[in-house]
Design a protein around this ligand. Sequence first.
Ligand SMILES: *[C@@H]1O[C@H](CO)[C@@H](O)[C@H](O)[C@H]1NC(C)=O
Ligand SMILES: *[C@@H]1O[C@H](CO)[C@@H](O)[C@H](O)[C@H]1NC(C)=O
Ligand SMILES: *[C@@H]1O[C@H](CO)[C@@H](O)[C@H](O)[C@H]1NC(C)=O
Ligand SMILES: *[C@@H]1O[C@H](CO)[C@@H](O)[C@H](O)[C@H]1NC(C)=O
Ligand SMILES: *[C@@H]1O[C@H](CO)[C@@H](O)[C@H](O)[C@H]1NC(C)=O
Ligand SMILES: *[C@@H]1O[C@H](CO)[C@@H](O)[C@H](O)[C@H]1NC(C)=O
Ligand SMILES: *[C@@H]1O[C@H](CO)[C@@H](O)[C@H](O)[C@H]1NC(C)=O
Ligand SMILES: *[C@@H]1O[C@H](CO)[C@@H](O)[C@H](O)[C@H]1NC(C)=O
Ligand SMILES: *[C@@H]1O[C@H](CO)[C@@H](O)[C@H](O)[C@H]1NC(C)=O
Ligand SMILES: *[C@@H]1O[C@H](CO)[C@@H](O)[C@H](O)[C@H]1NC(C)=O
Ligand SMILES: *[C@@H]1O[C@H](CO)[C@@H](O)[C@H](O)[C@H]1NC(C)=O
Ligand SMILES: *[C@@H]1O[C@H](CO)[C@@H](O)[C@H](O)[C@H]1NC(C)=O
Length: 803
Amino acid sequence: MVLMDRSAALACIIISVILLLLLLPPPCSSDDRLVPGKPLSAAATVVSDGGAFALGFFSPSNSTPANLYLGIWYNDIPERTVVWVANRESPVTNGTTLSLTNSSNLVLSDADGRVRWSTNLTTTAGSTTTAAVLLNTGNLVVRSPNGTMMWQSFDHPADTWLPGMKIRIKYTTHAGERLVSWRDHDDPSPGSFTYGVDPDTLLQMFVWNGTRPVRRDGPWNGYMVSSQYQANTSDIVYLAVVDKEEEIYIAFSVSDGSPHTRYVLTYNGRHQLQSWNATSSAWAVLGDWPTWDCNHYGYCGPNGYCDNTVKLPIVPTCKCLEGFEPASTEEWSSGRFERGCRRKEAVHCSTDRFLAVPGIKSPDNFVLVANRTFEACAAECSSNCSCVAYAYANLNNSRSKGDTTRCLVWSGDLIDTEKVGEWLGSDTLYLRLAGLDAGKKRNREKHRKLILDGMSKSKEVGEGNHVQDNEFPFVRFADIALATLNFSEAYKIGQGGFGKVYKAILGGQEVAVKRLSRDSQQGNEEFRNEVILIAKLQHRNLVRLLGCCVEGDEQLLIYEYLPNKSLDATLFDGSRKLLLDWTKRLNIIKGIARGLLYLHQDSRLTVIHRDLKAANVLLDTEMKPKIADFGMARIFGDNQRNANTRRVVGTYGYMAPEYAMEGIFSTKSDVYSFGVLLLEIVTGMRRNCTCNIMGFPNLIVLSWNMWKDMKTKDLADSSIMDSCLPDEVLLCIHVALLCVQDNPDDRPLMSSVVFILENGSSTSLPAPNCPAYFTQRSSEIEQLRDNIQNSKNTFTLTNIEGR
Ligand SMILES: *[C@@H]1O[C@H](CO)[C@@H](O)[C@H](O)[C@H]1NC(C)=O
Ligand SMILES: *[C@@H]1O[C@H](CO)[C@@H](O)[C@H](O)[C@H]1NC(C)=O
Ligand SMILES: *[C@@H]1O[C@H](CO)[C@@H](O)[C@H](O)[C@H]1NC(C)=O
Ligand SMILES: *[C@@H]1O[C@H](CO)[C@@H](O)[C@H](O)[C@H]1NC(C)=O
Ligand SMILES: *[C@@H]1O[C@H](CO)[C@@H](O)[C@H](O)[C@H]1NC(C)=O
Ligand SMILES: *[C@@H]1O[C@H](CO)[C@@H](O)[C@H](O)[C@H]1NC(C)=O
Ligand SMILES: *[C@@H]1O[C@H](CO)[C@@H](O)[C@H](O)[C@H]1NC(C)=O
Ligand SMILES: *[C@@H]1O[C@H](CO)[C@@H](O)[C@H](O)[C@H]1NC(C)=O
Ligand SMILES: *[C@@H]1O[C@H](CO)[C@@H](O)[C@H](O)[C@H]1NC(C)=O
Ligand SMILES: *[C@@H]1O[C@H](CO)[C@@H](O)[C@H](O)[C@H]1NC(C)=O
Ligand SMILES: *[C@@H]1O[C@H](CO)[C@@H](O)[C@H](O)[C@H]1NC(C)=O
Ligand SMILES: *[C@@H]1O[C@H](CO)[C@@H](O)[C@H](O)[C@H]1NC(C)=O
């Protein structure tokens, strides 16, 4: 062992100490607390024990010199997300320090000692053993030596509401904390939006813009736990309203193991529930309010309500409460709801009834009547003629003086009502209606139920001539324009005589939007009425009309979107046609027949399609057919029955001769088109095929001749040869030939067609007369038709004799 020189050893020790000092992290930087005498500099942070949050200085913008704020943010995620700011109104510069004083105050002071922010506690208590601790919940707490909490940041919220944080209001003063938005995304000074408990009622929450309400949550009803935000099975948010003797507060918690979750009031006034997604390393927005336009406070006007229960893709929109109608139909159906709804029939007090409307977010401007049973609450309202509605709940927890009842009554207009569906947090609103109306309502419900139950029998939907205007969804043009990027080509999926078709996502789901060309002759009012009528035509073989839009000279229809393309795109495609074996084809034929029968006879409207063709039959996921574009003839203004029209809509080759040549249409012209379509489905050949092999000019002639020669089974598409039954093929061809007969009176009604297809055999049918057909191109036909109509003397059609 070699003994070291004493001085050398000392020097070594000193160097070691200096090295050690240099290697030590700066004081406090990894500690979770601040103690008197050890201020926090702008370069340092305090990190909670557990590592979830950090306290320190940050600069939200790139200004020079940097504007610094003291704040708390998440420490363990890469995106700097500030949840609390101390000096929101007075940014500081580098050189500022945060210190905890002997009197238990947190003080932010400039380099020159000027105080820029302080917790302002007036207590004299405190000592060097006081500490400010950043808890792992994100709460900065100042504790006195005996452990009592002197101050906490959770009592002074910024724009963020964290689990465990209470938003409170005092019974005595009606004063309470609110979330206050930032002014801008990079400016933490207080913005105009706030979120807190309604100081007037202490029963509901609001988002305000200044003093104006933006969004209201309905009044609490005693069911306090909500778990509807379930982004991840382990990520559930529990909201609770807690009613204490002196104050009421709302708080939330999340289940163990959940990712970071927070409510935030954004600088632009949105109230959001966000959850950190570690996979995408970003905040996922689980809730965003107001979600829809009509969730904005009072958007639907007096006595209107926002219907959130509509099935997407229809976007929730305004409706009138039962017994009310739009104050202005014109404004209402073009998406302007501010004037709301008026009573259809005045109430008369003694003869009135109350209608129970479940699943409601109760309207605003209620009066709380204390200590009432449900019966007493009902009596309170019905005995007072100016009371228009009531709602009752048992709050199930002790309110001040032990009263747990919640009897709400309304007089005057009902504002900011929403239909939210029947979940635990919703109310049943008891609505005063004139006696007669209440009776009507019941009948109508019964009628509707009957109709829905009997849907398979395809009965008329709706009640006589009563147009249920306010139940039909009108979508705003702006929403459609947005969803289609202003009708860009990329979204276009089709184009027809009536206009272009776009695929769009509205309210989260795919829809097909048809933007009608401008030559519709109808005014908006007529259009609206037609659409409402047509929307009532509901049958499983018709494409569903989901909504429409009428604004200015824009008229649009919104349909369900069917991903499996049209029959045209399937039947005549070499590989896709293999998807259609004989069983599927027969089902398609029967389905189209039933859909057409419904249009012709079973709906009281008698809709003549006028453009039935393979391209207008869409296939659903099970390859079941749905007829599209029905009712277009009505919309385009020709709503007479057996009428003579100047403008022939339709597709040459499918059109009955009397319609193509003379413009005469009837249900029998649809039957003709159906016959052509039937031939196409069986043969897999287009109607205008030249059928060169056999030397026939088109499919009808070919079929007629094959039938006459009893070679029908050779007509079946080669791809179904193995799967088809010759008798069924024969029956279909026979029916088709009956449908394409020259004389409309000879053609069967669709009811007969459906019957024959379901039950018939070819042997019991009459022999078809020879079919009519024509081969001219459309321009020639138009010219020919003009000649006919001008001279009115000849009617020429080529009748084909079989060979
Ligand atoms: C303040 O200045 C120090 C030293 O110049 C620097 O390290 C620190 O990052 C600055 N703090 C902030 C918040 O800009
Ligand atoms: C705080 O207390 C310490 C020790 O008790 C004392 O030295 C110091 O002067 C006090 N500071 C203030 C600002 O009162
Ligand atoms: C503390 O008091 C000062 C002066 O009265 C005031 O300007 C400041 O807003 C108060 N700070 C807090 C956090 O209440
Ligand atoms: C703890 O200290 C605070 C102030 O420092 C005082 O108000 C409170 O009474 C004390 N509590 C107990 C239990 O000593
Ligand atoms: C908030 O109110 C201001 C002033 O009244 C207004 O200009 C602004 O458009 C409002 N913002 C929202 C989102 O309502
Ligand atoms: C009512 O309160 C009791 C006791 O706190 C609780 O067990 C029950 O689930 C509550 N009921 C509802 C509907 O919230
Ligand atoms: C769901 O939560 C569990 C438990 O916290 C977590 O392990 C998992 O990664 C989460 N899944 C997603 C998709 O966020
Ligand atoms: C998280 O993000 C990933 C990637 O974007 C996504 O696939 C996943 O669904 C997200 N998880 C949640 C719970 O939102
Ligand atoms: C009836 O209701 C109105 C409005 O709520 C109220 O002002 C009035 O006092 C009530 N009348 C009686 C007799 O309770
Ligand atoms: C509520 O009303 C009942 C009967 O009317 C009465 O006995 C009770 O004391 C009242 N409770 C409160 C808290 O006012
Ligand atoms: C759609 O057109 C409007 C008005 O021309 C324009 O303001 C808007 O930016 C356009 N939107 C898109 C997505 O192109
Ligand atoms: C038949 O009509 C379709 C359009 O309906 C057309 O694309 C096709 O070229 C026509 N075929 C013949 C042979 O004319």
